[in-house]
Design a binder for this molecule. Structure first.
Ligand code: FES
Ligand code: FE2
Length: 422
């Protein structure tokens, strides 16, 4: 459990908050590049860390990310015209470029220099791996992009999709490194996972996560975050290890080669960027389509035209009690929504003063401590190392059997460091 103050520190990321300042030291996935596909295309609304913004691709192809509201009389720029190198407010025609400079102010006389005094908040952007990344921190502190494995593969090897989770970012993130829920939330009652006895071979879905429901943890702090090993009894001389990365401030790498990012929209909802990638080949069109349609088991189905999940708290995630008796432990048919249902069910912001954490929550405790430590350190003037060292993000999640006497970070070394791509 956390104290009320610690929980507030962990969950609040708006402007001026300690965690918000920490997050603003990193590049942040803001939206999909395909949302602003062409020059001068329609602008889109983007909410990040409690700030309402609008994104547009200008005539030169640069993505601008600026305050959602016009500095004249606060009309929403979403209704504006994206034309000739800038976004023009539809109310009185004031126009802003991707850097937030006012480039035309047609309601003032031509000799007026009023225009040069007008500026709109704008954030630096970059595009990589199908995402528009934003930097919302102090200009002189610009960080490096994280060298996550899926950031280092060729563009056609990776596909990112997104959805909104209607809870604080941290609840979603905690679910990623919560090895112990596997035996319950994702259990099938009508079939058993495979038994494997091969040592050192990735086996993401082996039976041992069910036969031993008491994962024990070995957690190592690394410059990029936490390398989390959870082991269970397997065969006579092996343990079954599930090895996961939590990379600051909001990345997970889980077996088998999964990756998700939990970016706060505001304190009570977050963007989840779900990544699928292959380090050794391009994705097929079919794989991309399955990923974006929610049919690939790693992404939820969305309400068409929105980023809201089809199954959501308003319809109890379409829980089916008949299925819950006979097939799915949760009664929720779709894998991703099984997670979303449980982590949103805690409320928009879980009251962590009321929890009772046990030994199986070791990774969750460690991840909270780490974020709180980094946020406090920044308040004391200590910059987060990872923000300026993209290489600390290299890594991959894996699950496998290892001999009992082998340390997991040794035995699984080849996998957890990720592919050597450059
Ligand atoms: S409110 Fe935007 S130009 Fe007047
Ligand atoms: Fe899960």
């Amino acid at each position: 459990m956390l104290t009320f103050e610690e929980n507030e520190l962990l969950c609040r990321t708006g402007p001026g908050t300690s965690m918000g300042e920490l997050f603003r030291r990193f590049w942040i996935p803001a939206l999909l590049s395909e949302e602003v596909p062409t020059s001068d295309c329609p602008p889109v609304r983007v909410k990040l860390l409690g700030e309402e913004l609008v994104a547009f691709r200008d005539t030169q192809g640069r993505v601008g990310l600026v305050d959602a509201y016009c500095p004249h009389r606060r009309a929403e720029l979403f209704y504006g015209r994206n034309e000739e190198g800038g976004l023009r407010c539809a109310y009185h025609g004031w126009k802003f470029d991707a850097e937030g400079k006012c480039v035309d102010l047609p309601t003032e006389p031509p000799e007026s220099n009023f225009k040069h005094k007008i500026h709109i908040t704008s954030y630096a952007t970059k595009e990589h791996a199908g995402l528009v990344w934003a930097y919302m921190g102090p200009k002189e502190r610009k960080p490096e992009l994280p060298e996550l494995e899926w950031m280092r593969v060729p563009p056609d090897h990776v596909y990112v999709w997104k959805w909104i989770q209607e809870s604080n970012y941290m609840q979603g993130l905690e679910g990623e490194i919560d090895s112990s829920h596997l035996a319950f939330t994702h259990r099938r009652l009508d079939e058993e996972p495979p038994v494997t006895t091969e040592v050192g071979v990735p086996a993401p879905n082996a039976i041992y996560a069910q036969t031993d429901t008491v994962p024990r943890f070995d957690i190592k702090e690394r410059p990029g975050g936490l390398l989390i090993g959870a082991w269970r009894d397997a065969t006579e001389d092996t343990y079954y290890w599930r090895i996961t990365w939590f990379l600051v401030p909001f990345y997970s790498m889980t077996p088998p080669g999964g990756a998700r990012v939990y970016v706060p929209r505001d304190d009570e909802s977050c963007w989840v960027f779900g990544v699928t990638y292959k380090y050794d080949r391009a994705l097929t069109d079919k794989e991309r389509e399955a990923w974006r349609s929610g049919k690939a088991n790693g992404t939820p189905e969305l309400i068409p035209g929105t980023w809201r999940t089809q199954r959501n708290k308003d319809n109890n995630f379409l829980i089916n009690r008949e299925l819950q008796r006979a097939r799915y432990y949760t009664g929720i048919e779709s894998f991703r929504e099984q997670d979303i249902a449980l982590t949103t069910s805690m409320g928009a912001i879980i009251d962590r003063t009321k929890e009772h954490l046990g030994t199986s929550d070791a990774a969750i405790i460690a991840s909270r401590r780490l974020l709180i430590k980094l946020a406090r350190a920044l308040q004391e003037g200590q910059e987060p190392y990872a923000a300026y060292h993209g290489e600390v993000y290299r890594g991959r999640g894996v699950a496998l059997l290892l001999k009992k006497n082998v340390p997991f970070d040794e035995g699984a070394k080849e996998f957890i460091k990720g592919a050597n791509l450059f």
